[in-house]
Design a protein around this ligand. Structure first.
Ligand SMILES: *[C@@H]1O[C@H](CO)[C@@H](O)[C@H](O)[C@H]1NC(C)=O
Ligand SMILES: *[C@@H]1O[C@H](CO)[C@@H](O)[C@H](O)[C@H]1NC(C)=O
Length: 225
């Protein structure tokens, strides 16, 4: 009997964290730089600004949660009152497939913070965070200008954003075809679980994550618009 009880307790602790929702440590809002998303393909939308990629519930160690069991599916009507704001700040630039993009982001990431932020709240939070930090302006203010000749490094670009949020961002780069110039592609801004206070993005990502390492190990371009 004692053994059985022990087994149940162990099974509970092994499986409970996966079954329960909202198991995440912090939030990461990620914005993309459209000229780099569209490097190798024509895009139908070309915003002259950083635009939202997503809001990702993240773990301090180990893989971040994804595709959590949904309590409710994404409906375009849930974000109707966020128009036109959401469509301007969170466009799907390659094909103009906003609805698919938002649904994918909700299914993959939003579901993992749904107990705190149901569909509408999740999308509104992402937009509110974006508007708290004007990433492009922060870079320009620190003399990080879009340019096809000047390269930048992690410390300088990170500093530009730290001056605005007080916390270290995450820089994500790409190198088309695995060789040649490295481009800044995305910027992550991290916040606490409630999405209120900025916090440093995880330093370990710089050693772990391929796209973050690319920024960390190379001089990179901020491609002109
Ligand atoms: C978003 O705006 C674009 C450009 O104005 C428009 O073509 C598109 O239909 C809009 N998307 C939605 C889902 O309304
Ligand atoms: C770019 O996005 C930021 C953050 O959302 C916003 O404050 C700014 O007004 C936008 N700039 C332009 C030119 O639309």
């Amino acid at each position: 009997m004692k053994f059985l009880v022990l087994c149940f307790i162990m099974i509970f602790f092994i499986y409970a964290p996966n079954n329960s929702i909202a198991q995440y440590d912090y939030l990461k809002m990620v914005e993309q730089w459209p000229p780099v998303t569209c490097l190798n393909l024509p895009c139908v939308r070309n915003p002259k600004n950083f635009s939202l990629h997503g809001l990702w519930p993240s773990h301090l160690s180990g893989r971040s949660p994804m595709n959590c069991p949904p309590l409710g599916g994404f409906q375009i009507t849930s974000v109707q009152t966020l128009f036109p704001r959401i469509n301007n700040s969170w466009p799907e630039i390659k094909k103009g497939e906003e609805e698919r993009f938002w649904r994918e982001e909700w299914d993959k990431h939003g579901t993992c913070s749904q107990s705190k932020f149901p569909v509408f709240d999740y999308f509104k939070l992402a937009l509110d965070i974006k508007d708290r930090v004007n990433i492009l302006q922060a870079l320009i203010d620190h003399n990080v200008q879009p340019s096809s000749t000047i390269t930048y490094d992690y410390a300088l670009v990170s500093k530009a954003l730290e001056l605005k949020t007080g916390k270290a961002p995450e820089l994500r780069c790409i190198q088309p075809n695995g060789q040649g110039p490295v481009y800044l592609h995305e910027v992550g801004i991290c916040l606490d679980r409630d999405g209120i206070n900025f916090q440093d993005c995880l330093q370990t990502q710089r050693q772990k994550d391929r796209v973050v390492k690319l920024c960390d190990n190379n001089k990179f371009y901020l491609k002109p618009l």
